[in-house]
Design a protein around this ligand. Structure first.
Ligand SMILES: Cc1cc2nc3c(=O)[nH]c(=O)nc-3n(C[C@H](O)[C@H](O)[C@H](O)COP(=O)(O)OP(=O)(O)OC[C@H]3O[C@@H](n4cnc5c(N)ncnc54)[C@H](O)[C@@H]3O)c2cc1C
Length: 379
């Protein structure tokens, strides 16, 4: 059955759409070209509740549900994939982690600033040898009596360039592998934290991705999230929400590509008629629209399960897998329909084509999503 957003969800998404079209879209090309983290836009997004969409008002959030969240993220991603990812990391991976697992003191210190956009959160799980094999962590956190000493390097930390605080995963009990990983809140300006150079990337170029090194960084026990050894479970729960958000982000990029293709196909005249009248072009447009809509249904289904308090691991993987692949195909077909116009450096379709690719990589590659889905269907 098709999910019908409520008036409240639609009203929130409409505010996000207006923000995206009037404020984000005019800056999208510059963010991409200059690899510029959009600090001013993120502050504006914070004021609109987009940095803490599902966080209750008592903690400074917008108090919306997961459906409103995916609708809003899709709207933002239509304008800029980069801005949507920045929001999704802060919302799903950092703010929601604090909401679900943080202590009241941690929420007091961090959640309100994160949810209002006066602080920006980052999530540092990946290491050189721990991407898909995320449990294979080498970063260590050794107890020193009053807290922990963190040592190790995290790679590809989105938002790092502008972050105030990072959720860092580190091994506290090496013999317990996944059950020996703990999660910590580390201020980016803590002594011993250093950030590498901005990572030059194919797409989503304004994300502020950097490697982050922790060189004997002291972390107070009060900054441990949850219990020692719960870190990996906390990360996986965060990724359930994060993957639904990436599905929404992918849908936005895919829809933007479809829009570009439709507009061009109506306008471009070849062999004496608009190319939209050729069935070969119509079939591409039909497939783009159908695959995006199918993925949207899975995304809304996953968001609905989560809004009802469920874990939604399977639904999140299905949503991310289908939306990222549908969006990739949509950007690819848009490129085909615009042909040389799309291939031109600086064209919107060229940016969408580059931006969409990472949705099949971050927060678990498509192969990892298929592994999760297969594990469940084989149970
Ligand atoms: C733009 C961007 C932003 C990112 N932001 C963050 C962030 O904020 N925080 C963070 O922690 N990480 C972040 N990452 C890292 C990202 O999560 C990892 O790149 C991703 O999980 C894949 O890990 P990897 O690159 O090490 O690939 P690998 O794990 O080395 O995988 C290489 C290939 O092998 C495949 N593969 C691996 N294992 C299997 C298997 N068992 N079966 C079949 N195939 C397999 C993979 O699917 C892939 O195709 C980001 C990455 C990018 C590109």
């Amino acid at each position: 059955m098709r999910v019908q957003p409520t008036a409240t969800q639609q009203a929130f998404a409409e505010r996000a759409r207006v923000f995206a079209e009037t404020e984000v879209a005019p800056q999208a090309a510059t963010i991409d070209e200059q690899q510029a983290f959009p600090r001013a836009l993120i502050a504006q997004a914070g004021a609109l509740g987009l940095m803490g969409v599902t966080i209750p008002g008592t903690w400074g959030g917008a108090g919306q549900d997961d459906i409103a969240y995916v609708l809003a993220l899709e709207a933002v991603a239509r304008a800029s994939a980069t801005v949507a990812v920045i929001l999704s990391v802060n919302n799903s991976l950092v703010a929601e982690t604090l909401l679900h697992h943080g202590s009241d003191a941690q929420r007091d210190q961090w959640l309100r600033p994160l949810a209002t956009g006066t602080a920006i959160g980052a999530f540092a799980l990946s290491e050189t040898q721990a991407g898909s094999d995320a449990a294979n962590q080498q970063t260590t956190a050794t107890s020193d009596g009053v807290g922990y000493r963190l040592r190790g390097t995290k790679v590809w930390v989105a938002n790092a360039e502008a972050a105030t605080v990072v959720v860092v995963f580190a091994v506290t009990q090496p013999e317990r592998r996944a059950h020996g990983i703990s999660a910590f809140l580390v201020p980016i300006d803590a002594p011993g934290v250093t950030r590498g150079r901005l990572i030059d990337s194919l797409g989503v170029r304004g994300l502020g991705c950097q490697d982050v090194t922790f060189d004997d960084v002291h972390v107070a026990s009060s900054q441990l999230i949850g219990e020692p050894g719960q870190g990996f479970a906390i990360a996986m729960q965060a990724l359930d929400g994060g993957r639904i958000a990436i599905a929404a982000q992918a849908l936005g990029v895919g829809e933007a590509a479809l829009h570009e293709a439709l507009t061009y196909a109506r306008r471009r005249v070849v062999f004496g008629q608009p190319i939209a009248q050729f069935q070969a072009i119509q079939f591409m447009l039909a497939d783009m629209a159908t695959n995006l809509e199918a993925a949207r249904m899975l995304t809304w289904q996953a968001a609905t399960t989560r809004a009802r308090g469920g874990r939604a691991t399977l639904e999140a993987s299905m949503a991310k897998l289908s939306a990222s692949e549908a969006a990739h195909a949509s950007a690819d077909r848009a490129m085909q329909i615009l042909a040389s116009e799309g291939y031109r450096r600086g064209s919107t379709v060229e940016r969408l084509f580059r931006d969409v690719r990472a949705t099949e990589i971050y927060q678990g590659t498509s192969e990892v999503q298929r592994m999760i889905i297969a594990d469940t269907v084989l149970e």
